[in-house]
Design a protein around this ligand. Structure first.
Ligand code: SIN
Length: 306
């Protein structure tokens, strides 16, 4: 990836909201980037009060990504914190569930005894998690369990900014239209080049039938508009000839992920990163294959996009 992407270092003038008396005095520091803030001094292995939860919830809506530093949490604690935001979704690739924790998808390039322990090519293309479901994900939480010494970054792009800066003629061309999203859009392509894409059973295929989603969605909690298509899962614009649909989608993909919309997350040990799938696309930048990377992901169910 290019070097001019935002580094995600905290801004020089951190904004630290006043914590109500009696609550955890953690700080929320916005990044000097198009999105994101880090949360310092909060221990998610401990129960979160209603006041602290409200502060985190507000900050998540404002910044779209929260990076909780130094979280030494168990899988159960990750699941419990994730559930505060809504019901959890179970990924269709049950092969990569964490044993005893179906809500956790293991994202990893590690192969043990000839078998991948997790989904090694998750995030290979820009996408919003589970946009191929009737109810796509509200947000995902990714916990760093083992990090490579080099690479392994995650890039996140702000789809509100992408909409706000889209040329007016393109806004007019796509607003009100729907596009098809399908989990299978690039499955065969990924399967041809990696060991992480098992053949799907008929039951798995039935769980990921194509759906139509608005190209421009309105965030259900903030009312802000966001582009909601991705190079991974969006195949065509409904009602348009193939050539016209392809051309518009390619323009949207290229605009959405311009460097000025992107924050690059360089992982630190025990980071827990919580992103809003209604506001963002994300991409895994990858790392040298011989270096181990192990992450645990939980995914919260969201609304039907409108
Ligand atoms: C994902 O797309 O959920 C995985 C992102 C990453 O591994 O950085």
């Amino acid at each position: 990836m290019t070097a001019n992407l935002h580094s995600g270092q905290p801004s020089r003038r951190p904004y630290v909201p006043q914590a109500p008396a009696g609550t955890n005095r953690f700080g929320i520091h916005p990044f000097d980037a198009p999105l994101g803030a880090e949360v310092i001094g909060l221990d998610l292995s401990q129960p979160l009060s209603a006041e602290d939860f409200a502060r985190i919830h507000r900050a998540h809506l404002d910044h779209h990504v929260l990076v909780f530093r130094d979280q030494r949490i168990t899988p159960d604690q990750q699941v419990a914190f994730s559930r505060r935001f809504g019901p959890l979704q179970i990924h269709v690739l049950h092969q990569f569930q964490l044993t005893g924790h179906p809500e956790i998808l293991v994202v990893s390039n590690v192969v043990e005894n000839g078998k991948p322990i997790g989904l090694g090519d998750a995030g290979h293309f820009w996408h919003s998690d589970l946009s191929y479901k009737d109810k796509p994900s509200l947000g995902s939480l990714l916990h760093a369990r083992e990090l490579p010494a080099e690479g392994g970054d995650t890039l996140l792009a702000n789809m509100h900014l992408a909409w706000d800066t889209l040329p007016v003629e393109l806004q007019r061309a796509v607003d009100g239209l729907q596009a098809e999203h399908t989990y299978l859009a690039r499955y065969a392509e990924l399967q041809a080049r990696s060991p992480w894409r098992p053949d799907l059973t008929p039951e798995q295929v039935a769980r990921v039938l194509p759906v139509l989603q608005p190209i421009v969605r309105t965030h259900p909690e903030t009312g802000r508009k966001a582009i909601f298509v991705s190079e991974h899962f969006t195949t065509r614009i409904a009602g348009l000839p193939e050539g016209e649909s392809r051309e518009l989608l390619d323009q949207l993909f290229a605009h959405s992920t311009r460097a000025e919309h992107v924050y690059r997350h360089r992982w630190q040990g025990n980071d827990l990163v919580f992103w809003d799938n209604r506001s963002l696309l994300h991409l895994a930048a990858g790392c040298p294959p011989e270096l181990r990377r192990v992450m645990y992901r939980t995914t919260i169910e969201g609304d039907v996009p409108r």
